[in-house]
Write a protein that binds this ligand. Structure first.
Ligand code: PCA
Length: 215
């Protein structure tokens, strides 16, 4: 089994992106699965071209994207990606789409095909806070999750894809008003645990645990 794991370059004036820092420290093999790591740009459209090229080159069974969600406390596997780009800030190429469909011929949303509940359980068992998220936002992270699921739907049938957001790292918040953060090593531990759950749940339905949210 082969898993393509992506992390993003920095954006929004940050010196690092903890998603790539955590991804690049992952082991090359997890639960017998080969892990391929690729950094992708924080750019609407072009990020999907890079991911498509990586899928063609590596032919992975699973595509797992990882991105920064500043302000979150936990590592959060995403349940759903929606068909809209609505940039709060310009991307790294200066594009700022507003209320624009990602794919004119695509569905309103795609659910992830990864076992998000089992991933959260595995993260918690590894000692790292995790929680299912029901929104990946409307910026490049939601965009790439939607694009990956669209590509799989239309072109690469049988593959699975999903997204995990990570908090800020401590170095990003030291000079800020109080903000949650998590060490890169803990993020890497959580991602490795989540990937272990993806391998373990191949061909099985997700775990049924309480993990919804009221708002
Ligand atoms: N986070 C942004 C895009 C890149 C990243 O790491 C997001 O949540 O959309």
């Amino acid at each position: 089994m082969k898993i393509l794991v992506t992390g993003f370059e920095p954006f929004g004036g940050e010196p690092i992106n903890p998603s790539w820092e955590a991804v690049r420290h992952l082991p090359d093999t997890i639960s017998g699965a080969e892990v391929i790591k690729v950094q992708i740009p924080v750019v609407f459209g072009r990020s999907a071209d890079v991911v498509r090229d990586a899928i063609v080159e590596h032919d992975p069974d699973v595509v797992l994207h990882v991105g920064q969600a500043g302000g979150r406390f936990e590592v959060t596997p995403e349940r759903v990606a929606i068909n809209v780009d609505d940039g709060r800030i310009p991307d790294n190429d200066g594009q700022q789409p507003i209320d624009t469909p990602i794919r004119e011929d695509g569905p309103a949303a795609y659910f992830t095909s990864l076992p998000v509940k089992a991933m959260v359980t595995a993260m918690r068992q590894a000692g790292i806070p995790g929680r299912v998220s029901n929104t990946a936002g409307t910026y490049v992270c939601n965009h790439i999750m939607y694009q990956a699921l669209y590509m799989i739907d239309r072109e690469f049938s049988g593959k699975r894809a999903g997204f995990v957001h990570v908090p800020y790292s401590p170095q990003q918040v030291v000079n800020q008003p109080p903000q949650p953060s998590m060490g890169i090593d803990d993020m890497t531990t959580a991602l490795a645990a989540g990937i272990g759950a993806i391998v373990e749940y191949t061909g099985k339905p997700d775990e049924r645990t309480v993990g919804g949210s009221i708002h």
